[in-house]
Design a protein around this ligand. Structure first.
Ligand SMILES: [Zn+2]
Length: 475
């Protein structure tokens, strides 16, 4: 213990700031950083975030989020900090804060919110992390423990997502696994207080955590379908907020501040999200009802209807309903020689190969063990549709579906090119008899459309629209 204390003092002397008064508690924190240092740190990390991630190109929405955020920040424990609120062009469901007042919210999370009060709750939670100096306190703790992580690696300590992963890579350090339950509860408590002081209902904090929890539960289902890790929003823990007594308690502390007619601004908020991009951008191709279309490559491929298709920047892969077979699309430069020769080179000489023309393109399909391989030559490229199964029973069961997928390969038509636009949120008014199942039939979201529609309208898992209700749909 003795060496530990010595180390702390030495480190503190080096950084020349030592203890600082915590803006929230008024007590002395062991924080090895002045406010100026904290702001400088935030500023340099903000530059990194902006290098790595696109800011969402929608000035009206940026200014709306900024207006809501600045209003809450003015009612926070650190009203004099210079706050920056930025909507990032990412489909991930996330929000995070850097030390010094830099707050980010993804367009992905915006899609799941349904009122200005809920937006205010997300921003209030992040502002709570800033005012309580959680990032800085964690950093000091990490320095004191001599973990050896770089300064920059802990700004975004709570993201188990692409952004977090990329920032980890970006800064080359270990990402701490989160602010932890106590800091998250403190951010919820402060956020609820700021909501009340800004004339919102502090209970919006619990509601929005419920929304995010439902989204997370659903994402876990989709992640299983797609064979990937589910993502987590940092503020959500194991239990649903309805059963979370600690959360109820910390948010409840703000109840004495509650105003009579709290601001909800549901329709104002929804208007702002009309036209908001949903899910991926089109640069890497789009998947609409299991048809993959890529504008730059000029090609399309239709996967079997019940399969889950995942399109990432590095991979296009579909997984069978029983998770025992996959279909991947790969691209190579067109080699010299025939397409049948290429099939043989890839899966072995002597394997049976069927040559064919798919819309006048040279193609071949070969079979070997638990693999069916289709290769199509088009425009100086060789497209490989590689189908693999775990067992011979699975390959036999899926062979027809795999060959149908290979034969579905085609050059994009003009009509299809027109369909390639980003998915967008559109507002409609529910008519008598509208159900999510019915709306899902006209949705481009594929087999999970019904769940997505319920989630973005905060009626997951069982709700149905009421006649006259403003609904978000995806087009
Ligand atoms: Zn948090």
């Amino acid at each position: 213990m003795r060496t530990f204390i010595t180390f702390l003092i030495v480190t503190a002397a080096l950084l020349s700031s030592g203890c600082a008064t915590n803006p929230v508690s008024g007590q002395q924190d062991f924080v090895m950083m002045s406010e100026q240092q904290e702001i400088a740190l935030g500023r340099s990390a903000d530059a990194q975030v902006r290098k790595q991630y696109k800011v969402y190109d929608n000035p009206a929405l940026q200014s709306y989020v900024n207006r809501v955020g600045q209003n809450i920040a003015r009612h926070s424990h650190r009203p004099n900090l210079n706050y920056h609120f930025t909507v990032l062009d990412s489909p991930e469901v996330n929000a995070f804060a850097l030390p010094g007042g830099y707050v980010y919210i993804t367009r992905g999370i915006m899609a799941y919110l349904n009122s200005e009060a809920e937006l205010a709750a997300v921003l209030g939670h992040e502002i709570g992390h800033v005012t309580a100096r959680h990032g800085v306190r964690q950093q000091s703790a990490a320095q004191a423990a001599n973990i050896g992580i770089s300064l920059a690696s802990i700004f975004v300590p709570e993201l188990n997502t692409q952004i977090g992963q990329n920032l980890t890579n970006l800064f080359g350090g270990a990402l701490l696994s989160g602010y932890g339950r106590e800091h998250e509860l403190e951010a919820d408590r402060l956020g609820a207080q700021y909501l009340a002081r800004t004339d919102y209902d502090p209970q919006a904090m619990i509601r929005v955590i419920g929304v995010l929890k439902n989204q997370e539960a659903f994402d876990a289902v989709v992640a299983r379908q797609e064979g990937r890790e589910p993502s987590h929003y940092h503020g959500t823990f194991a239990t649903h907020p309805d059963n979370d007594t600690r959360l109820q308690q910390v948010v409840g502390e703000a109840s004495h501040l509650t105003v009579v007619n709290p601001v909800e601004n549901k329709s104002e908020f929804l208007k702002e999200t009309d036209g908001l991009a949903f899910e991926d951008s089109v640069d890497e191709g789009v998947v609409r009802n299991n048809k993959f279309m890529h504008p730059a490559l000029g090609i399309a491929l239709t996967f079997p209807p019940e399969w889950s298709v995942k399109n990432t920047p590095t991979q296009l892969i579909a997984l069978s309903p029983k998770s025992d077979a996959t279909i991947q699309l790969k691209i190579d430069d067109k080699p010299s020689g025939t397409v049948a020769e290429y099939v043989h080179r890839t899966i072995g000489n002597g394997t049976p190969v069927e040559t064919l023309e798919i819309e006048k393109l040279h193609a071949a399909i070969g079979s070997a063990n638990n693999t069916v391989l289709g290769i199509i030559y088009y425009d100086r490229k060789a497209f490989l549709v590689q189908c693999d199964a775990k067992t011979s029973a699975a390959i036999d069961a899926e062979r027809t579906a795999m060959k149908t997928t290979i034969r579905s390969f085609h050059v994009l038509s003009a009509a299809e090119r027109k369909q390639i636009k980003p998915l967008e949120i559109k507002l409609i008014t529910a008519r008598k008899g509208d159900t999510y199942a019915k709306l899902a039939q006209h949705s481009p979201l594929g087999k999970n459309a019904e769940s997505y529609l319920r989630l973005i309208n905060a009626q997951y898992p069982q709700g149905e629209p009421a006649t006259g209700q403003t609904l978000k749909v995806i087009e």
